[in-house]
Write a new protein. Structure first.
Lengths: 114, 108
């Protein structure tokens, strides 16, 4: 069990560019979640998958955001036409619906939009 | 899912002292979880307590749950400088809704 991993750990981009983050969940976990966290705040839910199905999306997730989990394993979160307000830590978590459903978090990807 | 509200917002203690932080929520839950976050890092799961449990221990951590008052507390005994972090509670499961957390500072 290697835990949840996220890549890259840091990303600096210019406003208007597209960025993509990857999350690899704990291998036997069928649920995967994305959260966003800004300084001084708790994480905010963005979206979650059960296997490859995206079951819920927050209203925070504008049309510029898209998440996929094509084979029910790793997931990607893409932000198109980044804005300075997108600067945040993007956290991924995974859980097993067959267990306690406890969410285990990855280390996060810190995005800075210049 | 619903939001947990942690209290106090900040807590400063000396090493060796105990730290208590509280969480309140609004509607019935099946379980509640506590997480720790060191500065700039991901969240670490500390403990899950179910609605039919009143108290749970894990090492130096003690969590209580009072479903009648819709509140939970996290006690860290004999605190260490390494316990310096933000602590969050999360009622329910799946779509977790976090408050702003309790920022704990443990000074040597």
């Amino acid at each position: 069990d290697t835990g949840v991993s996220q890549n890259p750990r840091h990303k600096i981009t210019k406003r208007g560019q597209n960025v993509t983050f990857r999350c690899d969940p704990i291998s036997e976990h069928n649920r995967l979640y994305w959260y966003r966290q800004t300084l001084g705040q708790g994480p905010e839910f963005l979206t979650y998958f059960q296997n490859e199905a995206q079951l819920e999306k927050s209203r925070l997730l504008s049309d510029r955001f898209s998440a996929e989990r094509p084979k029910g394993s790793f997931s990607t979160l893409e932000i198109q036409r980044t804005e300075q307000g997108d600067s945040a830590m993007y956290l991924c978590a995974s859980s097993s619906s067959g267990g306690s459903d406890t969410q285990y978090f990855g280390p996060g990807t810190r995005l800075t939009v210049l | 899912s619903q939001q947990g509200e942690e209290d106090p917002q900040a807590l400063s203690i000396q090493e060796g002292e105990n730290a208590t932080m509280n969480c309140s929520y609004k509607t019935s839950i099946n379980n509640l979880q506590w997480y720790r976050q060191n500065s700039g890092r991901g969240l670490v799961h500390l403990i899950l307590i179910r609605s039919n449990e009143r108290e749970k221990h894990s090492g130096r951590l003690r969590v209580t749950l009072d479903t009648s008052k819709k509140s939970s507390s996290l006690l860290i005994t004999a605190s260490r400088a390494a316990d310096t972090a933000s602590y969050f509670c999360a009622p329910g499961f799946q779509k977790l809704v976090f408050g702003t957390g309790t920022r704990l500072l443990v000074s040597p």
